[in-house]
Design a protein. Sequence first.
Length: 269
Amino acid sequence: MSHELNLTDEELLRYSRQILLPSWDLEAQQRLKSSQVVILGAGGLGCPVSETLARAGVGAIHLIDDDHIEASNLQRQTLFTAADIGKNKAKTACQALQKINPHVQLTYAEQRLTADNAAEILLVAQAQQSSTPFLILDCTDNFAARERLNEISVQYQLPLLSASAIAMSGQLALYEPAKQSGCYHCVFGDSIASGSDEAVEDTRNCSNSGVLASTTTVMGNLQANAALQYLGLSINPLAGQLLIWDGQRMSQHKLRYRQDKQCPVCANS
Ligand SMILES: [Zn+2]
């Protein structure tokens, strides 16, 4: 990347507490400014992760959500107020984020992810043409969208940072298809059928099972923590590991995973 200073005096002041860090220098801040994230889902996870990334100085954020804000969202979807009920989530979140940090380039799509529109709304062509850091953030709340997002990530060899939150617990993983180190389906594909693994994914979501307000903000910010290191420092702090956070016990641990050589999604990519 270029070492030319691309930060204004105003930005240097805004990000000064971050640049002061021994592990985070001016180059990391510039790298962050040159980076782009695409966030699928502007709800319980999408609100806190996009807010932290916008405040931290990610250059471009693209939010995708076709859903509208409801009264029951306000308990955890931190960018919205009662006055926003009925409005589109992606658009409203972008407007809130722009006020928080005018230096971020914000765009949105009021669409639901389908097999037909996935490459377009996830900005795949843009990601492939650019040499700057790029990351897809999975902030969805259902299994079908997660699987579809994973397939796109593998097909186009784009990194995918996937978070989930339910009740008082959450999970987080950062998949890098180009490294042949395993994908979302390698981790969760078979456990859905057998239904016994600790890493089991099921059909519960926030609307049918409930979620504590703090669960989504914790998981969204753990996701932001991984994204900042990946984009600014080119580090994957979760390489080959699934992080599991237990809010009831106030504990977290990591499980190792490997690529499933029979994985129908990534084994022959
Ligand atoms: Zn796989």
